[in-house]
Design a protein around this ligand. Structure first.
Ligand code: 0O2
Length: 202
């Protein structure tokens, strides 16, 4: 039996609904501005294995309720943009969707994590005509969305590799190098944005 119980079809439907709307506003943006709002969009339903691992890590019982309500990232989207301003435009557009209720926001771009991690995180609730785990119909399901630039995304992938490696040598040195690079990338992101603004204004 799946950790998602009978709700897997609903999760898929909710994911397709939000992804579809984000893809259509990207198309509309491209038509209007001649360039896309984001470079790519990845999405997934967290695998059974990862969900069970996370429940255990968080000392939570392996129940469908905990997988879908206590943890809120069974559905996850990552949107990667070229420019920093576009991250905030994506956030604005998502907030404007009529079937979306924003539950939590973490702006790790304005306030980077100590290790240098930068990204904009949102937890949203998406309404669906399907029944949810609380028995409500129409129901609602949580979706975690991470929005960041290409530079922030490549940094996070590299840092993720390190954090998952056990017995790594020179961890402190690597962490401080990662932090240094994160700050350099943030500075390049700002310069890229400034140059783009100059080009657009000229
Ligand atoms: P997984 O297995 O990747 O999904 P939580 O609510 O437990 O997910 P938290 O800290 O309350 O965690 O939420 P936060 O800070 O919004 O982080 C959620 C996710 O963002 C993480 O999922 C990572 O995918 C990513 N993330 C957050 N901080 C970092 C970081 O320092 N480096 C990298 N590479 N990614 C980060 P989890 O929790 O790892 O679970």
């Amino acid at each position: 039996m799946s950790i998602y119980g009978e709700y897997l079809p609903a999760l898929k439907e909710v994911m397709e609904r939000i992804v579809g709307r984000i893809e259509s506003f990207n198309e509309a943006y491209q038509k209007e501005h001649g360039e896309p709002l984001y470079e790519h969009l990845n999405y997934r339903i967290k695998s059974e294995e990862s969900m069970l691992e996370k429940l255990e890590r968080k000392h939570l019982e392996a129940t469908t309720y905990n997988a879908l309500v206590t943890l809120k990232d069974a559905i996850g989207l990552r949107i990667v943009t070229t420019f920093v301003d576009d991250v905030f435009e994506v956030v604005r557009l998502i907030k404007g969707l009529e079937f979306v209720n924003v539950v939590e926001e973490k702006d790790y771009i304005s306030h980077a994590k100590e290790n240098g991690y930068r990204s904009y995180h949102m937890i949203i609730q998406v309404t669906s005509h399907q029944k949810d785990v609380l028995g409500h119909q129409p129901g609602s399901f949580y979706v975690e969305i991470q929005i960041r630039t290409i530079a922030m995304d490549s940094w996070a992938a590299l840092e993720h590799q390190m954090s998952y490696k056990k017995n790594i040598k020179n961890r402190e040195l690597i962490s401080s190098e990662l932090k240094r690079v994160a700050d350099e990338l943030a500075s390049c992101d700002l310069s890229m944005q400034t140059i783009r603004d100059l080009i657009n204004r000229s």
